[in-house]
Design a protein. Structure first.
Length: 230
């Protein structure tokens, strides 16, 4: 299978999942794809780090690692990869641009390879999953990232291939940043493994993890209600 065949398959697959006839779903997706919607989640993750780490150095290190995830994922993508590869977004693509279902005039920038939403959210999900070691948090963070990816397909601003590469890069960045974190803290945490139903093996309180999940669920409810009354 040659590159042109893959590109055409990517285009056709996008047209199958792009858009709908529902104005309610259109409004909901625009809310979900907005980074401001997820501020409560970021705040909840910050307070979880704050409550479960007893030194300012460790807290600042984790915050720095989260920032590094975004820097290596989305910033590298937006400033280097997208201009270098210069693959048009579906909404600007000469062959299918007119067929893409555009929501409320939103077309995104010119280039879309690869998806910054995918790599940013997945790098954060991977890093915090490795940091906290909670299956519940991992499930919800990965689901949150994949939901963000779906909104980009629905809006027609990324091809599935853009999303897939973004997810792969997000995994690489998340694992790499966690490895850096482990290198800085391995001596302090060599023998610190918690065996308790109240804590994860890395010492994070289950109640704080539940709080993060609750914030995420309330954010979903807020997004749905806001879409209904808009």
């Amino acid at each position: 299978m040659d590159i042109e065949t893959l590109v055409n398959f990517d285009r056709q697959l996008l047209l199958q999942v792009n858009g709908s006839q529902s104005l309610l779903l259109d409004r909901l997706v625009l809310i979900l794809t907005n980074a401001l919607t997820w501020i409560p989640l970021y705040v909840a993750l910050f307070f979880t780090v704050l409550r479960n780490n007893d030194t300012a150095r460790r807290i600042l290190l984790i915050i720095g690692c989260a920032a590094l995830c975004v820097l290596l994922a989305g910033t590298v993508d937006d400033t280097i990869v997208k201009p270098l590869v210069a693959r048009w977004r579906p909404t600007h693509d000469e062959q299918i641009g007119a067929m893409v279902d555009v929501v409320d005039g939103y077309r995104g920038g010119r280039f879309g390879f690869f998806s910054a939403h995918a790599c940013n959210t997945f790098s954060i999900a991977v890093f915090f999953s490795m940091l906290v070691r909670s299956r519940l948090m991992t499930f919800f963070l990965v689901s949150w990232s994949l939901l963000n990816c779906w909104t980009r397909l629905y809006l027609g601003v990324h091809f599935p291939g853009d999303i897939l590469v973004g997810l792969v890069w997000g995994i690489i960045v998340g694992l790499f940043v966690y490895w850096l974190y482990w290198r800085f803290t391995r001596h302090a945490t060599a023998n610190a493994r918690f065996i308790s139903s109240k804590y994860t093996v890395t010492g994070y309180a289950v109640t704080d993890i539940d709080a993060v999940v609750t914030v995420l669920m309330f954010t979903y409810v807020y997004a749905i209600l806001r879409a209904c009354v808009a």
